[in-house]
Design a protein around this ligand. Structure first.
Ligand code: PHE
Length: 357
């Protein structure tokens, strides 16, 4: 049998196939059941033994060539139909893709996450509290009675009174979670030491300006432990914890100083200042030439607060702090206007490093 003539005939048929359907038909005729090409290969068995090797080789080579030609023609048709599709629509495959902007974390969230990581690594637990708070937890339980001037210094958003629900407000600080936490753990059978942080949103009816917002973020910290002999939680513990925290968050070693500060729920109370990171304490517009920036109100938990929490102040002592998160973020990134945080300007928000968490 003349394999060369067969080959030529088949290749010519493939080249002549007009479209994909014709090619599929040809494929079936050549390679399907009783397909011509397969029959050619099989016909080797009908030959005398000595002719078989030469013929077998030739037949297989033809089969391979025909298969390749079929595949090439199929690909050609596929390309043609793709081209047809492309030129029929206005799709331009050379145009660069549309970019999909990736979301990123808000700078307050970035710093809050870092603080939570730091404090949890020191053994603190995350506590939440309600943003709609009662007058009792926001003020009374914190040793701020009704006629106390400290109430006026926190311009409160009061909520309309609901019968039977007492007076409610939008919490003016995260401190109400101090007594909430103490009461809860005492009820559950308190085991000192207790170390909690409370990141959260607070509200004050303030005139908004460069450094005041009506809605802001704080992170409360509370540490309470039993007094052993004359050893209890002390101001030294407080200072050490605060220094560690500021060093990590502001990414540099800073000098700190304590000044007396008044908050009814701590005694003694302090304002913790850091050496101005913008001018290294030389004096600049950010620190109003003083060389120091106030970052952290804090102090030793007042005995009345421990009592409200259900603890005996003779047996337990503690410290508390209330960090203004925006203030820390501003120091960290050199932001000079607190209104930027909630302003919704994408150009501001896109400047912060994306973090992989
Ligand atoms: N809650 C206080 C405020 O918002 C800050 C503070 C917290 C002070 C804890 C002392 C201890 O002003």
């Amino acid at each position: 049998m003349d394999t060369t003539a067969q080959r030529e005939r088949w290749l010519a048929a493939i080249a002549a196939a007009a479209d994909q359907a014709a090619l599929a038909e040809l494929d079936a005729r050549l390679f399907g059941a009783k397909g011509e090409v397969l029959e050619l290969v099989r016909s080797v068995t009908t030959l005398p033994k000595e002719q078989r090797p030469t013929f077998g080789k030739a037949a297989n080579a033809v089969k391979q060539d025909v298969e390749q030609a079929l595949a090439a023609r199929r690909e050609q048709f596929a390309q043609q139909s793709l081209q047809r599709e492309l030129s029929a629509s206005d799709f331009d495959p050379t145009e660069p893709g549309r970019s999909r902007p990736r979301g990123a974390l808000h700078p307050i969230t970035i710093v809050q996450n870092e603080l939570v990581d730091l404090f949890t690594s020191l053994g603190f637990q995350w506590q939440d509290g309600p943003e709609v708070e009662s007058e009792y937890f926001n003020f009374d339980a914190l040793n701020i009675p009704g006629d106390h001037p400290a109430r006026e210094s926190q311009d409160t958003f009061w909520l309309t009174e609901q019968p039977g629900l007492g007076k409610n407000l939008l919490r003016t600080h995260t401190s109400p979670v101090q007594v909430r936490t103490l009461q809860r753990v005492v009820k559950q059978g308190f085991q000192p030491p207790l170390k909690v942080i409370v990141p959260g949103r607070c509200f004050r009816s303030e005139t908004v300006d460069k450094s005041h917002e009506h809605t802001f973020y704080q992170m409360e910290g509370l540490v309470v432990d039993r007094v052993h002999g004359d050893q209890g939680i002390s101001t030294a513990n407080l200072i050490h914890t605060m220094k560690t925290c500021l060093r990590v968050i502001l990414e540099r070693d800073l000098q700190v100083r304590l000044r007396p500060g008044f908050f009814p729920f701590v005694e003694p109370g302090f304002e913790l200042d850091v050496n101005c990171p913008f001018c290294s304490g030389k004096g600049c517009s950010v620190c109003k030439q003083s060389g120091w920036i106030e970052v952290l109100p804090c102090g030793m938990v007042h005995p009345n607060v421990l009592r409200q929490g259900g603890l005996d102040p003779e047996e337990y002592t503690g410290f508390a702090f209330g960090m203004g998160l925006q203030r820390v973020v501003m120091l960290r990134y050199g932001i000079d206007d607190i209104r930027q945080f909630m302003g919704g300007d994408m150009r501001f928000l896109q400047q912060f490093p994306e973090v992989s968490r």
